[in-house]
Design a protein around this ligand. Structure first.
Ligand code: HEC
Length: 109
């Protein structure tokens, strides 16, 4: 009986760990996917402005995006100008996640 309880607790603990790991893996995948999409579709104009390091547009002192909701809008705005083939919502989300993880670091509600 006692052994069984310990075993159950162990199993529940392990599956919780697995779930946490899966969530972290998914976030990492999403960021990775976002970077791939971003680097393929989002560099051209930013490169015109910052030829040496196009991502300076996100990290410069006077950047225009100052909160998370602005970031999602800006990704949509630039995205609809940038992309020939339509992106799914997941693609916009992945690019937003990548930019936030890498450059903006806003708290996501
Ligand atoms: C058609 C040209 C063009 C393309 C392509 C483009 N952008 Fe932009 N982007 C701009 C311009 C212009 C700015 C404003 C630069 C400035 O304020 O000096 C900008 C600014 C931004 C900013 C705000 C930076 C800040 O000041 O905080 C974000 C975020 C952004 N772009 C994301 C993207 C993403 C994501 C993509 C790809 C889906 C993309 N852009 C593709 C033209 C473009």
């Amino acid at each position: 009986m006692f052994k069984k309880t310990i075993l159950s607790v162990l199993i529940i603990g392990l599956s919780a760990l697995n779930t946490a790991q899966a969530i972290m893996d998914e976030a990492a995948d999403n960021t990775e996917q976002g970077k791939t999409l971003h680097d393929a579709s989002c560099m051209s104009c930013h490169t015109n402005k910052y030829p040496d390091e196009p991502n300076t547009v996100y990290s410069r002192e006077d950047r225009t995006v100052t909160e998370y909701s602005q970031l999602t809008s800006r990704v949509q705005l630039c995205g609809t100008r940038a992309i020939d083939t339509a992106w799914f919502d997941e693609d916009f989300d992945a690019v937003t996640t990548y930019l936030n993880t890498e450059f903006y670091h806003f708290d996501v509600e």
